[in-house]
Ligand binder design. Structure first.
Ligand SMILES: [Zn+2]
Length: 599
């Protein structure tokens, strides 16, 4: 125990330290300069100017993942040429773990940290630069001070020679291509497109919307913008509140589009450049717009508690991606249908196709929607040849759970309320009032509040368990029913075969099917069927056989020839269809018109 005099001295020292800390903190500032002098080499160059950092050292970190894409991608792997300096003097900068650099600056509160990032992965969740354009997600280019995530920052973009456009939802800060972020979270959540992209605009829900189009694509500009506006306005009607003062669509028109990624005030869409020229392609594009735009509510603001503020150092686990993603897919389809781009008949046919997909996936019986969400990091984003046998996509199953839940609420409230009202409640209660995400239990409470009854059994068995959704009872509320027929009555091999380097090679074996029981493996090259040499998919040779027929396969496995003989089992897949009941009641008709709306 220290003496009283010592204690007094300690207290005085503490006050001094605290006051230093607060004043240093108040004076801290952060400025990023992003340059790209040689875009053809695929490098971004970053300079961080840090001021008012009074500790002996500062840790600077690169995220390991990009929010919205649930996989650890180790963005630090692309960092090189790290250098720190203060007043022209080189500072010691040690790498202390996979994504952290410790800069020692004992005598200087202000210092500079420079590095280069190799960016040659053009996807919505990574970063890319070549001679034609640059695109970046903050999470894979900008580091942050470990203790300064909340610090506002300034960003100056210096486009490559000949480039005149910078598109981002970050707020301008005065000065050429200069922007401000209120925190690292905002910088990380505001992708940037740099180049000579075409910049279009429209107004929706009283807010300016910008569309930055990269790549050559043929589309009717006025129609495209008009239709995007319709989709945005329809999406807005779900929650009925607009949290935006601006919104940006970055669209990459490339050979093969790969989807989108949502952000707080923007989205990036990766679209096949010929998508606009066919009706299906165009409606799919509007569906992608609807999905990503609806995310500005569902997941960016109406969110599970684990999804923000983010921990950029590791996986962020939630059981609720079935709602954040599957629910967004459900609303995305509904928005496009409500806006009149898809007929009610086509909408129900699409839903039946989703049921066909889910119910024919063996993994549906093994992995619940909640488990699929939780394991996105190690399963959903890391699929292998056995994935369909062991799990189910939280997008597919989540979309169906959302659809059934919507109809259950409509039925329970006699057509007065729907899943839209649950989203409205969550937005008001958790985003606006409590300013946080919700727990699994709180989501179920929200549904109960809107519906006027609890669905504990439904959540336990269908969301956290693997019981099949009770489609027929639920569809019956709207005067509909689900009918199914076997895809085939023939025997089937139960394996997918792809031509690899001109050879038929097994790429998947269906759990409990003929090939599974008979010992056929992924990577087996099929040489002959019943003594006949094959050079094509053997499934074609095996059509029309009765269940129980035996088959002999000659296979090449690891350069050793093997013969397999096994009986062909009947196919077990079903094709589903949703049809109307012959004479629906007035209540059923009311429920249907609430569930499948048409404006
Ligand atoms: Zn999504």
């Amino acid at each position: 125990m220290p003496s009283s005099r010592f204690r007094l001295a300690l207290a005085a020292a503490l006050v001094l330290v605290l006051s230093q800390f607060t004043s240093a903190k108040a004076a801290s500032s952060l400025r990023y300069t992003l340059s790209m002098p040689a875009p053809q080499t695929h490098y971004f160059e970053v300079e961080m100017a840090l001021s008012g950092f009074s500790k002996q050292y500062t840790d600077l970190k690169m995220p390991v993942w990009a929010p919205g894409s649930y996989l650890v991608r180790e963005f630090a792997k692309n960092v090189e040429s790290v250098a720190a300096s203060a007043g022209g003097q080189k500072l010691r900068a040690d790498k202390i773990d996979k994504n952290t650099w410790r800069v020692y600056h004992p005598k200087a509160k202000d210092f500079t940290f420079r590095y280069r990032v190799y960016a040659f992965e053009l996807s919505v969740r990574t970063s890319f630069i070549d001679a034609s354009h640059g695109y970046l997600n903050g999470t894979s280019v900008f580091m942050y001070p470990a203790e300064g995530k909340a610090l506002p920052s300034t960003l100056v973009v210096q486009p490559a020679p000949g480039w005149s456009q910078v598109s981002t939802s970050l707020r301008p800060a005065g000065g050429t291509f200069t922007y401000q972020s209120s925190s690292y979270d905002e910088l990380a959540d505001s992708p940037i497109e740099i180049g000579n992209q075409k910049v279009l605009s429209f107004e929706a829900n009283g807010t300016p919307h910008t569309v930055a189009m990269f790549g050559n694509a043929q589309y009717d500009e006025a129609k495209l913008l008009g239709d995007m506006k319709k989709v945005c306005e329809e999406a807005h009607r779900v929650v009925g509140q607009n949290p935006l003062d601006r919104y940006l669509f970055i669209v990459h028109n490339i050979e093969r589009g790969t989807g989108g990624l949502e952000h707080l005030f923007s989205t990036t869409l990766s679209v096949s450049r010929n998508a606009y020229s066919t009706e299906t392609g165009y409606v799919n594009f509007l569906g992608l717009v609807a999905h990503e735009y609806f995310h500005l509510w569902n997941v960016k603001r109406i969110r599970p508690i684990a999804l923000g503020p983010f921990n950029y150092d590791q996986e962020n686990y939630t059981h609720m991606l079935w709602l954040s993603e599957g629910g967004t897919s459900y609303f995305g389809d509904a928005i496009v249908q409500r806006a009149g781009f898809v007929s009610p008949e086509q909408y129900l046919a699409n839903m039946a196709a989703d049921i066909t997909l889910v119910e024919n996936t063996p993994g549906t019986k093994l992995q619940s929607a909640a488990e699929s969400s939780f394991d996105a990091w190690i399963k959903g984003y890391r699929p292998n040849e056995n994935s369909p046998n062991t799990g189910i996509s939280y997008y597919s199953i989540g979309q169906l759970i959302s659809g059934m839940l919507d109809l259950m609420i409509i039925h329970e409230t006699k057509g007065e309320k729907s899943l839209d009202d649950v989203m409205r409640y969550l937005y008001a209660q958790y985003y606006q009032k409590l300013k946080r995400g919700f727990t699994d239990e709180e989501f179920q409470d929200a549904v109960a509040k809107v519906a006027g009854r609890r669905y504990d059994d439904f959540f336990r068995t269908r969301v956290y368990g693997t019981e099949t959704l009770d489609y027929n009872t639920t569809l019956g509320y709207a005067g509909l029913r689900l009918v199914s027929a076997p895809t085939t009555t023939d025997a089937v091999l139960g394996a997918t075969v792809s031509m690899t380097s001109g050879k038929p090679v097994v790429t998947g074996v269906v759990r409990n099917g003929s090939a599974w029981q008979g010992g056929l493996s992924v990577n087996d090259e099929i040489l002959a069927v019943n003594g006949i040499r094959v050079t094509d998919d053997p499934n074609k040779l095996l059509t029309g056989r009765a269940p129980g027929t035996s088959v002999r396969l000659l296979v090449n496995r690891d350069a050793q020839i093997q013969e397999l003989s096994f009986p062909l089992l009947a196919g077990t897949t079903q094709r589903y269809r949703i049809e109307q009941l012959p004479s629906p009641t007035a209540e059923q008709q009311k429920a249907l018109s609430k569930w499948v709306r048409m404006r």
